[in-house]
Design a protein around this ligand. Structure first.
Ligand code: GMT
Length: 374
């Protein structure tokens, strides 16, 4: 099949999922065309089956807000027509679903039929999508999609609640990881670089937006640190980073917290870590938690959104109510207190991650494509 993928090319989970999906499809022999405004950060290998088409928005003084969605629609028309694509798969509803709808209509007027799938990822529905000014367009674009998928059952339900006029059937296809990529042996990253005295290594990976509650990460760590020799690694960057550095200073834990900024492939650092913290306000799935579990790292998370579909309480980690820093710290300590318990949780985390291996999820997308192409 010839598949066009539209996504945000950044470090966000939706872009990561879209890119990994495209890479896996290309490896299976499909031709995959990424249509984005810059090369996706995870597009880290070359293949004869992978193509990249840049959506470049020209700057014109009249435009205070350059019309990205229109440029994307035009680019989609162009790529579908000249590359003879069979299907378009857009990740994140805003504005990709409406851009795909527009392209589909233009192509239909020229006698070309192109089905498009919209995959809902989370904040397009739970945060951004709830802004009433987006509602009519998102509802329309979802209803007009040839198929709609959501990355968790929780997100599917949230969509029907937040968008009561959405009538389209939403199919749940969970996010995935490629377990093989997490089974590397030695790497350049050594645990003693960050935990020189054999301390436990706690880790958080996110885009440091308010929704991630990184402050809770630091407060949980402070409590754990009082009981167990430990260090905290922060991976990623975003608006909350400054506040977090301030909080670390106030709590006098700067020497035990290390910020690494954005990392393209976090597996190297995950595989030397002991515990992943994800206390988010809301999380449609929690891909970062799954990546941690694939690296044999148990997860302390909130129980919001789709996290309970990924992290199993008392098995791969623990889940608590949003903001219950006290309970999260107690649970973290109970996992880290001795090697036997920690090793059991590590093994469980890996076992749970196995359920989301790409070999199980990829056929779901392939079958969906086939059913629409006919
Ligand atoms: O978490 C973010 O803010 C990034 C966001 C995105 O769209 O890139 O992530 C969402 O999609 C991921 C991939 O499907 C999910 O794993 C995340 O849970 C979801 N984030 C939220 O719902 C907050």
């Amino acid at each position: 099949m010839k598949i066009g993928i539209v996504c945000y090319p950044t470090f966000g989970g939706s872009g990561v999922v879209a890119t990994e999906l495209g890479k896996a499809l290309a490896q299976k022999g499909h031709q995959v065309h990424f249509i984005t405004y810059s090369p996706p950060v995870r597009l880290d290998f070359l293949s004869g089956n992978l193509f990249y088409h840049e959506v470049s928005v020209s700057d014109y003084p009249l435009f205070d807000y350059p019309p990205y969605e229109l440029v994307l629609s035009s680019k989609l028309v162009d790529v579908v027509k000249y590359e003879k694509l069979d299907i378009l798969h857009v990740h994140y509803a805003i504005p990709h679903a409406s851009a795909a709808y527009m392209a589909k209509q233009i192509l239909a007027s020229q006698g070309i039929n192109i089905p498009f799938i919209t995959t809902l990822h989370g904040t397009d529905i739970t945060l951004v999508g709830k802004d009433p000014s987006f509602e009519p367009v998102i509802t329309f674009a979802i209803n007009q999609s040839d198929a709609v998928t959501a990355v968790s059952e929780s997100l599917k339900q949230d969509t029907y609640i937040n968008f009561p006029n959405v009538k389209k059937e939403i199919k749940v296809i969970p996010n995935f990881i490629c377990l093989d990529e997490y089974n590397m042996e030695a790497g350049v990253c050594q645990k003693k670089m960050y935990a020189p005295k054999g301390e436990r290594l706690l880790i958080h990976v996110s885009n440091f937006r308010k929704v991630k509650r990184v402050e809770d990460v630091v407060r949980i760590f402070e409590k754990v640190h009082k009981e167990i020799p430990s260090k905290l690694i922060l991976v990623g960057d975003g608006p909350e980073r400054g506040n977090i550095e301030k909080l670390c200073r106030e709590l006098h834990i700067c020497d035990d917290v290390r910020s690494l900024g954005k990392i393209v492939n976090p597996e190297q650092i995950l595989r030397i870590s002991d515990l992943f913290l994800l206390p988010s306000e809301t999380e449609s799935f929690g891909l970062a938690a799954l990546e941690a579990m694939a690296s044999k790292v148990p997860v302390i998370s909130s129980n919001s959104g789709g996290l309970s579909e990924v992290n199993v309480n008392g098995f791969s980690g623990y889940l608590s109510n949003v903001g219950d820093v006290e309970e999260m710290a107690i649970n973290a300590i109970s996992i880290l207190k001795d090697d036997a318990t920690l090793n059991q949780f590590k093994a469980n985390a890996y076992q749970q991650a196995n359920k989301f291996d790409i070999t199980k999820i990829l056929p779901m997308y392939e079958n969906l494509y086939k059913s629409l192409i006919g």
